[in-house]
Design a protein around this ligand. Structure first.
Ligand code: PSU
Ligand code: MN
Length: 318
């Protein structure tokens, strides 16, 4: 691994001081994405939540590494000013893997998606990543081919991604089929049902269930030692039923949002931010509160998994 500060002639990944030290000494580190902050949550809650996510990782005993692009510098471990800039400034780009070289070359500010955050994190040796929900196959994908780059990125990136499944705005069964095709490992955390982001259960079964951070760490270590080019390990962590969004409200608001997409001719990378914002408005902030709970729970679990992974447990007893 060679990750140096950017020189006049080249572009490299920049590590924050605390993250650099943690990686050098083998301390647990959890990567965090910034698109959630810039494009997924409304201001000014987004900045407060960004700080709370980092605090949740720390409370579990790991070092948070929020990833983003500042004036073209791909940065792992944003400091307070960097976090604030991506959360509160207008014009921050939504940067997936294919956009990273452009943002870097042009010196732009960018927020990284699940795909680009995972890619950058794995590149610098981080093995655990927390987010809210993955991107996936959109409901009209048969016509539009709209499938998030998150899936293809996870297929080739060896990292654990702790999430509450994929956003319920997507075609969940189709996304699960694609994850199978792409050989992405999917584990239910304390469940054998795939979570539905705002909802505890998406209605889809899973093949594998784990019940502790040590079991997840054992899968990660096996994946690494087998060295068969496996991709990501998705750890699907459902909300408790008592904390989910009311399913009837969810279904009504989703139907309205999907109709709005068509009416306002929203497409491409604007689809996900549009639907998330619609949920936040149409549920009077209820979906926002649920979304924040999801992320904080995932950050905390990711911290515990990173701690377990840094302790090396060789076998999985399921
Ligand atoms: N999940 C959320 N909020 C978000 C996203 C996911 O709860 O804002 C973001 C993630 O960064 C994810 C991206 O990678 O949406 C997927 O966008 P698209 O469907 O355009 O690939
Ligand atoms: Mn898309």
């Amino acid at each position: 691994m060679s990750v140096e500060p950017r020189t006049a002639s080249g572009h490299s990944i920049v590590l924050g001081a605390e993250v650099a030290e943690a990686l050098r000494s083998g301390r647990p580190v959890v990567a965090l994405e910034s698109t959630i902050l810039s494009h997924g949550l409304p201001r000014p809650d987004n900045l407060r939540v960004g700080r709370e996510i980092e605090a949740a990782v720390r409370a579990a005993g790991a070092v948070p590494a929020t990833i983003g692009v500042l004036a073209g510098l791909v940065t792992v471990g944003l400091d307070g000013a960097g976090l604030e800039r991506l959360a509160l400034t207008d014009g921050v780009l939504k940067v997936s893997v294919r956009d990273l070289p452009v943002a870097a070359a042009l010196g732009a500010d960018g927020a990284t998606t699940v795909a680009s955050t995972a890619a950058v994190a794995a590149r610098v040796g981080i093995r655990v990543f927390a987010t809210g929900g993955l991107g996936g196959v959109h409901r009209d994908a048969q016509q539009t081919y709209d499938e998030s780059a998150d899936l293809a990125a996870l297929a080739r990136t060896p990292i654990a991604v702790i999430c509450a499944g994929v956003k319920s705005i997507l075609d969940v069964p189709a996304t699960l089929e694609r994850l199978e095709t792409l050989s992405v490992t999917v584990l239910g955390y304390g469940t054998d049902r795939f979570p539905g982001f705002y909802l505890t259960d998406s209605g889809n079964p899973l093949d594998w269930r784990v019940d502790s951070p040590e079991q997840v760490a054992a899968v990660l270590n096996a994946s690494r030692h087998l060295d068969i080019g496996a991709g990501a390990v998705v750890v699907a962590n459902p909300l408790p039923v008592a904390e989910q969004l009311d399913p009837a409200l969810h279904d009504r608001v989703l139907a309205e949002g999907l109709a709005g997409l068509e009416r306002e001719r929203i497409s491409g990378k604007d689809v996900t931010p549009y639907l998330l914002a619609h949920f936040h408005h149409a549920t009077d902030g209820q979906s926002l509160a649920v979304n924040i709970r999801i992320i904080l729970r995932n950050a905390e679990l990711a911290g515990r998994i990173a701690v377990a992974a840094s302790a090396h447990r060789p076998t999985l007893a399921v």
